[in-house]
Design a protein around this ligand. Structure first.
Ligand code: LLP
Length: 413
């Protein structure tokens, strides 16, 4: 029965009517987020990991709107930040500093000092900053270190972060240099962190990371947490499967139990999911400006482009597209393209219900790294954002207006 409840709740989506109403009301292009879907994803995590001592930090780089942050906080989820500005946003959203984690890379030490000033958890990703940290704080501020495990994993090379050519983390083979700094400055290493990449379907990748932690943990006497990063895969295509979170939860519980024997104390597992929490909760609604027929393709040109959703062009990512204006229309094939003066093709050959000019096309799974990676390229406006919660819809970010394009420009001529 529980499984059935679960499957039913998995289909929690916004209906075609709801999306049409929102598009009519706010205009397009518009991002729409469904709070209950985020809640559901978080519940799935907490249920799957109920038997292990795990903590979840939402990787807010995926979507930082303050209302999303507040909703996530209200669920009892923590937050992971990738810049000090995200730390400030998290504080503004009401997160307690002890529930904020700052995992950055390549940043100036001044950002680490600024984050430490807020009292948040910090993972450091270079020997250079670890040394500066030691000089400044010694053992007075417990800190985590981000390691590069030399593991290739993730949906594509651009989102793989743990391999041996990756810039992220301190390479594990530099353990002795880390230990020398720990000793020199009497550092209290509270956590070890490894994030191998995004869209990791295979639970075994996390187990490989756990193996590395098994080897390394005994070298650090003050550990509180082992941070396995984010990267849980969500299905983007029809019939695709995501990471088996339930299996991962079981395995992590086993790992923590075994580790207790080796380490002598119980450690926590920390995770930093971004896509898992917000990807499926997001819809990006566009409108068809122009239909163009050619011998090779029928183009459906929408009022957007890679200035609003860059994932298909940057990573060749697949986003499901539906025509919510003509859900019963005959199936036809289209190249779905944007209106930017570049090749901004969302899909080269996609079967859609017949598309007419003026129809609303929805990009699914657009909650993570959609709006967030948007820009004003071609002097176009960033879209509006709308939150659906408890059946009501709320504007949570206004569409840009012309003045926004000039806001920070200084006219000197
Ligand atoms: N933790 C760290 C240290 C990360 O670098 C990332 C993602 C995450 C957690 C969250 O990963 P997630 O659970 O969202 O997969 N823009 C790309 C994804 C880049 C992810 C960058 N770091 C995309 O749209 O596919």
């Amino acid at each position: 029965k529980r499984r059935n409840d679960y499957l039913r709740s998995m289909s929690q989506t916004l209906s075609t009517e709801q999306l049409n109403r929102i598009a009519d009301h706010y205009g397009t292009p518009v991002y729409v987020y469904h709070a209950e879907k985020i809640t559901q994803q978080f519940s799935r995590l907490t249920e799957a990991f109920a038997s292990s001592d795990s903590r979840f930090f939402y990787a807010c780089k995926a979507l930082t709107n303050i209302n999303i942050l507040k909703h996530i906080r209200s669920l009892g989820c923590n937050v992971d930040c990738s810049s000090v500005n995200e730390v400030h946003l998290a504080v503004k959203a009401g997160f307690d500093p002890k529930n904020i984690l700052y995992t950055s890379n390549g940043i100036a030490f001044s950002e680490i000092e600024e984050a430490a000033g807020q009292g948040v958890n910090i993972n450091i990703d270079s020997l250079s900053n670890l040394e500066k940290f030691g000089r400044r704080y010694g053992g007075t501020y417990p800190v985590g270190i981000r390691l590069r495990p030399n593991i290739m994993a993730g949906g594509n090379l651009k989102i793989s972060t743990g391999h041996e050519k990756s810039k992220f983390g301190i390479p594990v083979e530099q353990l002795n240099a880390i230990l020398a700094l720990v000793e020199k400055y009497d550092l209290r290493i509270a956590g070890l962190h490894i994030h191998t990449g995004s869209e990791i379907r295979d639970v075994e990748v996390f187990m490989k990371v756990a193996d590395i932690f098994f080897e390394l943990a005994p070298h650090f006497k003050d550990l509180v947490y082992l941070d396995l990063g984010g990267g849980f895969k969500v299905p983007y295509k029809e019939n695709e499967t995501g990471t088996d979170i339930e299996l991962l939860g079981q395995k992590v519980a086993e790992v923590l139990n075994k580790l207790q024997q080796v380490y002598g104390r119980r450690l926590q597992a920390w995770f930093e999911p971004g896509k898992f929490l917000v990807s499926e909760a997001g819809y990006f609604i566009t409108q068809v400006n122009v239909l163009k027929e050619s011998a090779t393709a029928a183009f459906a040109g929408v009022n957007s482009g890679f200035n609003h959703l860059i994932r298909p062009m940057f990573y060749e990512s697949y986003h499901r597209i539906t025509n919510i204006s003509n859900p019963e229309g005959d199936k036809k094939h289209y190249a779905v393209v944007g209106n930017i003066c570049e090749t901004d093709t969302f899909a080269w050959d996609r079967e859609l219900n017949e598309v007419r000019e003026g129809d609303f096309l929805v990009f699914h799974n657009a909650g993570a790294y959609g709006f967030e990676m948007g820009s004003n390229y071609n002097s176009r406006y960033l879209p509006a954002q709308v939150l659906v919660k408890d059946g009501a819809h709320h504007l949570i970010r206004k569409r840009d207006v012309f003045d926004d394009l000039l806001r920070n420009q200084v006219e000197v001529l």
